[in-house]
Design a protein around this ligand. Sequence first.
Ligand SMILES: Nc1ncnc2c1ncn2[C@@H]1O[C@H](COP(=O)(O)OP(=O)(O)OP(=O)(O)O)[C@@H](O)[C@H]1O
Ligand SMILES: [Mg+2]
Length: 334
Amino acid sequence: MRIGLSYDLKQAVAVEHTAPDDALEEYDSSETVELIAAALETTGHSVVMLGGGKEFLANILGHNVDVVFNIAEGRGRHRSREAQVPAILEMLGIPYSGSDPQCLTICLDKPLAKKLAVLAGVSTPEWQAVADRDELRLTPWSGFGFPAIVKPAYEGSSKGIRSSSVVNTPEQATEAMETLLRQYGQPVMVEEFIAGDEVTVGMVGNSPPKVLGMMRILPKTNQDYFIYSVEVKRDYQRLVDYECPARFSDQVLERLRTSSLRAFQALGCRDFARLDFRVSPEGVPYFLEVNPLPGLGRHSDLVIMAQKMGWSHQELIAAVLDAARRRYPQCVGV
Ligand SMILES: Nc1ncnc2c1ncn2[C@@H]1O[C@H](COP(=O)(O)OP(=O)(O)OP(=O)(O)O)[C@@H](O)[C@H]1O
Ligand SMILES: [Mg+2]
């Protein structure tokens, strides 16, 4: 089989000089792309490097591939950017790994994903989202609980989320949200801060998807408001410990499992995903967001989790590919 690999390299994406310093945070390094290509080759297939953006368009039309392993984040600040490559593959009738355009678009829009999670019976912190400064001025703060955290509505990799993102009053929230609106050029949200354990859940497969692992992220030093911020993710070896399997009570683990499965299915995820929660001191998991296109580089949470559960990087990639291939009759047994 010929497997196409679609990806967006940091160095291939142009950003304006006024962009925030984390503008390229979601994009991949050559090292990650080479690692994934090597893992795919070990499954006994050949790999065609497709890249992203216009390069992807030329390559996908110029090469015959049987299936695409997709890690492309997409271009621009659009909430549907992760859907760009899958939408083209659907148009061309080419099988691909991971979730479909609709799921990817919904999940990148955190307020929308939270609404659907609530409908599926999953707890999520209270929140308010605003599209622009006019809406921000009209925000009704009465009844909204502080402390809260302010974040862009359509980002990942903790873009726009810093140790300074916690706010304690409507005035602080308004100021922080104005700054984010200006810097990230998209709606922003403010969310009740859950002062509890940070945990991420990995899922792999379909019908039914399985929990690969649950990993607690523990700050190395005690903090009033720990945030797994962009600064912490960049310097994770010095700042956090990863505990996997997470040592919660059986009851909390079961709640995490149920919430993850419900959210994965309600949002229409496929093949794999990583879901982020905070567990309140009372043991209630609060859904923050789901990543249907989680990082697969050596230092990504899902890869660290998989390794702690006894899977090699290559086995993780093979499991995602296998889940995708089983969805397409023409790829089974090839
Ligand atoms: N409501 C909240 N209460 C407490 N902490 C929060 C809350 N929302 C976000 N955080 C902190 O900020 C981190 C990043 O938030 P979130 O997962 O929403 O961002 P992201 O950019 O989508 O992350 P990813 O890198 O997983 O794509 C969380 O892992 C958590 O530490
Ligand atoms: Mg997250």
